[in-house]
Write a protein that binds this ligand. Structure first.
Ligand code: CAA
Length: 258
């Protein structure tokens, strides 16, 4: 498939997707989200890829869902047609880790897309916000649900109700982003983190992702039980044998994803 709204590259074991609608600050229209889903699924099914990075431009990761595209939608277009967010859930089906490398604006759907990734690395110029209230609507791709889980009810309410933006430092203090890097180092740092992840055992990486995500869907005791089962399962892999043997032999492990 030819892509018009994204750029797709591979860097050894890392898949890189760059959102690419610069004139609209990477506003997330149906076509872009469809292409993103196709590219993510292709990486998911590509045996050489072990980690995925999604990024935007220096000015904008994404300035939200495409306002021009949805401005005249009726309730039936939005609800029955599901035209605005129908392609947005694909990312949640991806079992390999996905890193959001965010520079500039991550607003509305852009902030929500970043939060759907497994973690966010922010450039020092990143700005996060849920400004939908200023448009007479509310976040529609998980903002009111993922923000309180990521940064507390108080800050989530503040951001969603006042539309104020959070800069990278506040976002890191609040726990929305895992690290901040200088803007001109963003891609290098994100690709380096992705390469580190990609050097590990893929099935174990997938288990870790599944287990951390379970923390958001279940009780503590059920989550710990789930983790224990996956921990036990890891002893059925050749990579666990290799990892522990390599440690004892004081050498770098050679994982085979088995
Ligand atoms: N949708 C469509 N086009 C957008 C856009 C969006 N979300 N954000 C920016 N653009 C377009 C602008 O219309 C403008 O296009 P033209 O040059 O053709 O006029 C171009 O991108 C550049 O934008 P600005 O001139 O506004 O740039 P700026 O530097 O002055 O401001 C900004 C940057 C603060 C990000 C501002 O563009 C802005 O506020 N954008 C809208 C942010 C927003 O409200 N996002 C939420 C969308 S709703 C949503 O996401 C719902 C959901 O949860 C799924």
């Amino acid at each position: 498939m030819e892509f018009e709204c994204i750029l797709v590259e591979t860097k050894e074991k890392v898949g890189l997707i760059t959102l690419n609608r610069p004139k609209a600050l990477n506003a997330l229209n149906d076509q872009l989200m469809n292409e993103l889903g196709v590219a993510l699924k292709a990486f998911e099914h590509n045996d050489t890829i072990q980690c995925i990075v999604i990024t935007g431009s220096q000015k904008a990761f994404a300035a939200g869902a495409d306002i021009a595209a949805m401005a005249n939608y009726s309730f039936m277009d939005a609800y029955k047609g599901d035209y605005i967010t129908r392609n947005w859930e694909t990312i949640r089906q991806i079992r390999k880790p996905v890193i959001a490398a965010v520079a500039g604006y991550a607003l509305g759907g852009g902030c929500e897309l970043a939060m759907m990734c497994d973690f966010i690395i922010a450039a020092d110029n990143a700005k996060f916000g849920q400004p939908e209230v200023k448009l007479g609507t509310l976040p529609g791709a998980g903002g009111t649900q993922r923000l309180p889980r990521a940064i507390s009810k108080a800050k989530a309410m503040d951001m969603c109700l006042t539309a104020r933006m959070m800069d990278a430092e506040e976002a890191e203090r609040a726990g929305l982003v895992s690290r901040i890097v200088p803007a001109d180092m963003l891609l290098e740092e994100a690709l380096s983190a992705a390469a580190t992840i990609a050097s590990m055992s893929l099935p174990v990486i997938m288990m870790i992702k599944e287990s951390v995500n379970r923390a958001y869907e279940t009780t503590l005791s059920e989550g710990v039980h789930f983790e224990r089962r996956l921990f036990h399962s890891s002893f059925g892999t050749e990579d666990q044998k290799e990892g522990m043997k390599a440690f004892l032999e004081k050498r770098t492990p050679e994982f085979k994803n088995q």
